[in-house]
Write a protein that binds this ligand. Sequence first.
Ligand code: GLU
Ligand code: MG
Length: 452
Amino acid sequence: MGTGDREQAYARARQEAERLTANGIQGIALTWVDNAGLTRVKSVPTARLPQAARRGVGMSPVFDVYLVDDSMTTSRHVGGPDGDLRLLPDLERLTPLAAQPGWAWAPVDRYDQEGRAHPVCQRLFARRMAERARERGLAVRMGFETEWVVTTGDPDQDPPHYPTTGPAYGMARLVDLADYLADLLGTLDAQHTEVHQLHPEYSPGQFEVSLAPTDPVAAADLAVLVRETIRACSGRAGLNPMFGPVVDPGGVGNGAHLHLSLWQGDRNLCRDGDGPHAMTATAEAFLAGVLRELPALLAIGAPSPASYLRLEPSRWAGAYQCWGLENREAAVRFITGAPDDPGAANAEIKSFDPAANPYLVAGAVIAAGLGGLDAGLSLPPPVSGDPAVEGRERRLPTSLLTALEHFEDSTVLREALGDPLFESIAAVRRAEAALFEKSSPREIAIATRRRY
Ligand code: GLU
Ligand code: MG
């Protein structure tokens, strides 16, 4: 970040701070997401926003090796009590939080004290990968789905107590929690978040919100904002929101599926080509790269030991390394959309869950896709039907340590992430695997379901 940029940010932040103060905003929450997938925050009073925009807000780099339980590990480039980073808010995303009166929010990029990009900043990583795609003439559009479960009473109670007994996708659930869900929609609308759908999901007390696609960094920002908005609305309704990969380890878990499409100008490359289901050769090679890299990508997108309690066959979680047209058991579900809606064609990566850092997911998926373009890959034949029944398809890793082995062997991801980020991610994964080595599935679920 150059001095000129900082002075410009200062001037802009002064105007923003005045506007926010006039609207009763007292403080700004500045968030980033660590390698364990937890959103961390520093906040400043609104009047300090200009200073924060110019010089950043201090924060230790050690959080990049924090685990889900707030204990810490270490890696070659990160760890220990020394050092400081500067958190610089992205003023483009400054958003008054409608369910937290008096507060606004902005995501941050992380720099060192000399203004150099911090090599472990996950958001800058996502930005770099989106830029790499752009340099090749490709705009990537993404959208994360958010699934969560609400319970009432003691959040650690087991089995949990749910505020509704309505069935999967049941209207009864929507009726039971009508005030809560209307509050959520109203709040998201007040924050100008474009919601596509809200519905009850399969598991008890489970719901899902899906959003309009946007650029990769904005999609990851929105994943954070939507989750925190759900948290705030749940609190007002006296509900416990749970974003862990599993709430009850025997059942269907929470996914954080990623939708993506590739564009050249106004042209959606997932449509009107000569490839399978009319995708273009570029989209095919990109998706083939993602599919090839999926076992390694799980260390990013399914990053917790709890992730592997969710990633089971026959739960629509995408446990097999295959793709198919509208196949909800394939890791990559290809969607053509209606014939008169060319913008709608996209691919959904189903294997990822809400323990993942969305910035790492966005960046790593682009890196894997560009790797597919470099290698000129094509897709294997699509799979229809349940791959578990067919018994022919390759199961994705069934444990975090197996995913980590694939990750550590992935030259594509190591190059894209750079050693400091790559190694700190690997360290956190190894340490979380050790943390839960002796825990039962139920203990893992209870220890993680409320942390994200
Ligand atoms: N809850 C499922 C999961 O764990 C996904 C259900 C769906 O396809 O929306 O990913
Ligand atoms: Mg769903």
